[in-house]
Design a protein around this ligand. Structure first.
Ligand SMILES: [Zn+2]
Length: 83
C-alpha cells in the first residue's frame, strides 16, 4: 500500500515534468510543480516514518512515567518492561 502510494507520487511527478517540458514551462506550471514536489516529499517522509515504525515514548504501566521506546526498564520506578 505504501509502495503503491510512492509509485503514484512518482508517476504524477513524471507526468507533470513531461507536460511541463512539452508545453514550455511558465510560472503557473512551476508553482504546480513545486506544490507536487512538496506533496511528494511529504508522502515520502510519511512512508519512511511508517516503515521505521512510529517511535514514541513508552509509558510505564506501573507509574505512568515516560521512558525512551527501547528502554529495558522504567527509569522512574525500575519496573522491568516485557519485550
Ligand atoms: Zn515506572
Amino acid at each position: 500500500m505504501k509502495i503503491v502510494l510512492g509509485a503514484v507520487v512518482l508517476l504524477g511527478l513524471a507526468l507533470t515534468l513531461a507536460l511541463a517540458v512539452q508545453e514550455g514551462i511558465d510560472t503557473r506550471d512551476a508553482v504546480t510543480l513545486v506544490l507536487i514536489l512538496g506533496c511528494g516529499a511529504l508522502a515520502f517522509a510519511a512512508i519512511r516514518k511508517a516503515r521505521l515504525g512510529a517511535v514514541g515514548p513508552n509509558r510505564c504501566p506501573g507509574c505512568s512515567g515516560l521512558n525512551s521506546p527501547h528502554a529495558p526498564y522504567c527509569k522512574h520506578c525500575g519496573l522491568r518492561f516485557e519485550d
